[in-house]
Ligand binder design. Structure first.
Ligand SMILES: Nc1ncnc2c1ncn2[C@@H]1O[C@H](COP(=O)(O)OP(=O)(O)OP(=O)(O)O)[C@@H](O)[C@H]1O
Length: 676
């Protein structure tokens, strides 16, 4: 039995017989363990259809649209972003049965789940297997019983938990109180007992009412509305009027959660020890089997079964038999992994070419074997996230529309891009070149693209980017762009493809430009069809792309960031969509703050209006259709750098604001402008 057949979860039982009898229970356990782990590699529709099987649907035809002949994004309650399922919103459907978490784990982009107002019962399902969830809505069901202390362990993204009006008992699990990003929690209307745990940080929203909590309200919650705690007779301390008799941590025993008799814990301890032992044995067996198989592993490229990325993409290395022939024709002197490029006469590398010295090396085969997830498909091919065995996530971008540059030109250009170093550029870590297959390998950016952060999260209830973050993004993009212009002076549009899906965000919302400097490598016809630079007014009118074309791209991006309007959504007629965004802004913008122009999701904007208006003006100057009148990149960046998150004090704010508007015009002095 090979580990790989096990890991695919379908090890033929007949082969197990060859194992020593002693190992059978261990293997069975291992099998059970593997079979109970999520099945990856399912498509979104397969995962949802599998999930549906565990449901009992009370409302007739509620899920009739869930038919695998149509794309899942058209199904009722399925929330999508760019073709990937981000959420399931299944409310008021009289659902019961069970929630098949392993099936849901097949939805790799899943971030939000709502089963509110249904009839689910039983204990809380193991949602922690869905560690990327951001919100979980289960209010108004009949879930019951104690929630295990570790129920939320590892759910580092979880912001919202709604468990109100169920029948949960026992204490609030500590793993919930220690969630690093928790912002909203509703557990009102249950039968929770024990003390309120110490939350790691303040919550935006909390409701603990109508439970059976006891003891001192933690200091961090003492400023909350008393209503949050009403209906809990045993609670005392601020903000309630009932004072606690004893200081915190010295409550009389009757107010403490009743300690469990130690004798009842003994079997639990024994079970825990046995489980740990079994896990250790299983891990030992896995390591042993793995080592055996490693020794037997075929040389690079010989793996016959397609790996995960391979399966998803069909990407293959150069044909092995050809390689063997070429290696033997080179005799002993030929290096493994190199072969003759029969098309060009040079040497074609079958290995990844690394552009960074500071990176740990891996092979193409490591990527091909890695479990992969499609991030999306752009105009040049799809991008995949591949998780290496070391746990590091990489993105493999497949370029199908490259021109037929020879290997040397390609390599030279990649080396040039690989030498770029800037905080706001996503580095290209490695590339793979074959005549028929070109891949770029980059780091995975945790927060995904600016496009998703601007447009993708609202339907999921996730707050969008606030003004300071938007300004930070614009500044970072501008700096990255200026750097490209300084370091790639030979390119007509050093970025050439600036758009919000090509701006990625780090954990700290630092923007990283990607897909830069590719114009010389892209097939001209395809470039005209798809690349942002070729949609600029100068290209549409005069078939010209210049350095200022990137400035125009920056302008469109600024307008998108401020208005929250996705340029493609403004598409009415052909590829004039970006221009339409400019006309829309020009139509509505009278030189002063006009709330209807700006993205409502931007949050608090008081005292920042002057700066926001200034940025909008810079954006419009970058979108000037006349290339001559359009800002130079240097001037645009300089103006952007001058912007601040907000004015220093109100006087300063007022004067900046008036100077930003036209102080002489009636528009500038309108009540709208003064009353903001
Ligand atoms: N390194 C990365 N880390 C995280 N997400 C990424 C990364 N690279 C690409 N993505 C995301 O994957 C999706 C697909 O990207 P891709 O670059 O293939 O297409 P695109 O940006 O939508 O279009 P285009 O091909 O025109 O650039 C996009 O949402 C993109 O933001």
């Amino acid at each position: 039995v090979t580990l790989s057949s096990f890991s695919r979860g379908y090890a033929p039982l007949m082969q197990v017989r060859s194992f020593d009898a002693m190992m059978v229970p261990v293997v069975s356990l291992l099998l059970l363990f593997l079979l109970s782990t999520p099945i990856h590699g399912l498509s979104d529709s397969e995962a949802i259809i599998r999930f549906k099987k565990s449901l009992v649907v009370g409302q007739p035809n509620a899920l009739a649209s869930w038919d695998d002949k149509t794309p899942p994004c058209t199904w009722a309650g399925v929330l999508c972003n760019r073709g990937s399922v981000w959420g399931l919103q299944m409310e008021n459907l009289e659902l019961s049965g069970s929630i098949d978490i392993d099936a849901l784990a097949g939805l790799t982009s899943l971030r939000t789940l709502s089963f509110m107002n249904n009839k689910f019962g039983g204990p809380l399902p193991e949602f922690k297997k869905l560690s990327a969830l951001k919100s979980l809505y289960l209010s108004n069901n009949q879930f019951e019983g104690e929630i295990p202390m570790n129920a939320f362990e590892g759910m580092g993204w979880l912001k919202k938990i709604y468990l109100a009006q169920n029948k949960f008992t026992g204490e609030i699990p500590i793993s919930m109180a220690t969630l690093p990003k928790l912002l909203e929690l509703r557990v009102d209307g249950n039968q929770f007992t024990g003390k309120i745990p110490e939350f790691e940080h303040k919550l935006h929203m909390l409701n603990l009412s109508n439970n059976a909590f006891i003891g001192h309200i933690p200091e961090i919650l003492s400023m909350m509305d008393p209503k949050v705690f009403q209906g809990n007779k045993g609670l005392c301390g601020k903000p309630l009027e009932t004072a606690c008799d004893t200081p915190i941590n010295e409550l009389p025993p009757q107010l403490e959660a009743p300690p469990k008799p130690s004798s009842s814990r003994t079997p639990l301890v024994i079970m825990a020890v046995v489980t740990v032992l079994m896990v250790v044995i299983i891990i030992g067996v896995i390591i042993l089997v793995n080592r055996k198989n490693k020794n037997k592993q075929p040389p690079l490229g010989l793996e016959t079964k397609p790996s995960s990325l391979q399966k998803k993409t069909g990407i293959r290395e150069a044909d092995q038999s050809r390689r063997d022939r070429q290696q033997s024709s080179h005799g002993n002197g030929s290096r493994r992994g190199k072969k003759m490029d029969t098309s060009g006469g040079g040497v074609e590398n079958t290995k990844l070419s690394f552009l960074r010295e500071d990176r740990k090396r891996f092979e193409l085969q490591d990527l091909l074997k890695a479990s992969a997830e499609i991030l999306g498909s752009g105009c040049f091919g799809a991008s995949y996230k591949a998780v290496l065995s070391s746990g590091v996530s990489m993105v493999v971008k497949r370029f199908k529309q490259m021109n037929n540059e020879g290997r040397e030109e390609f390599q030279e250009h990649m080396n040039r891009l690989g030498r770029l170093r800037h905080n706001n550029l996503l580095p290209i870590v490695a590339y793979y070149y074959r005549k028929e297959e070109k891949l770029l390998v980059c780091d995975f950016a945790e927060r995904g693209s600016l496009a998703v952060n601007l447009h993708g999260n609202q339907s999921l209830g996730t707050p969008s980017l606030d003004w300071p973050t938007r300004l930070k993004v614009v500044k970072g993009v501008a700096r990255g762009l200026l750097y490209l212009h300084q370091d790639l002076p030979g390119l007509m549009a050093p970025h050439g493809h600036l758009k919000s899906s090509n701006v990625l965000l780090t954990k700290n919302f630092e923007p990283l430009l990607t897909d830069y400097g590719l114009i010389p490598m892209i097939d001209q016809m395809k470039a005209q069809e798809h690349m942002v630079a070729y949609k600029s007014p100068e290209y549409l009118q005069h078939r010209r792309v210049t350095k200022k074309t990137d400035v125009w791209g920056l302008g469109i991006l600024i307008l998108e960031i401020l208005t929250g309007k996705f340029p493609a959504n403004n598409l009415q007629n052909g590829n004039k969509n970006e221009e339409d965004l400019v006309s829309w802004v020009n139509l509505g913008f009278q030189g002063v703050w006009a709330p209807s122009l700006f993205d409502k999701e931007m949050g608090k904007t008081s005292h920042c209006e002057g700066q926001i208006v200034s940025l909008l003006k810079i954006g419009l100057s970058c979108c000037e259709p006349d290339v001559e009148k359009r800002l130079e990149i240097g001037a645009a960046v300089e103006k952007i750098e001058e912007l601040k998150e907000q004015q220093g004090d109100s006087e300063d704010f007022y004067s900046t604001y008036v100077s930003e508007t036209d102080g002489r015009s009636s528009k500038g002095a309108s009540t709208e402008s003064i009353n903001v």
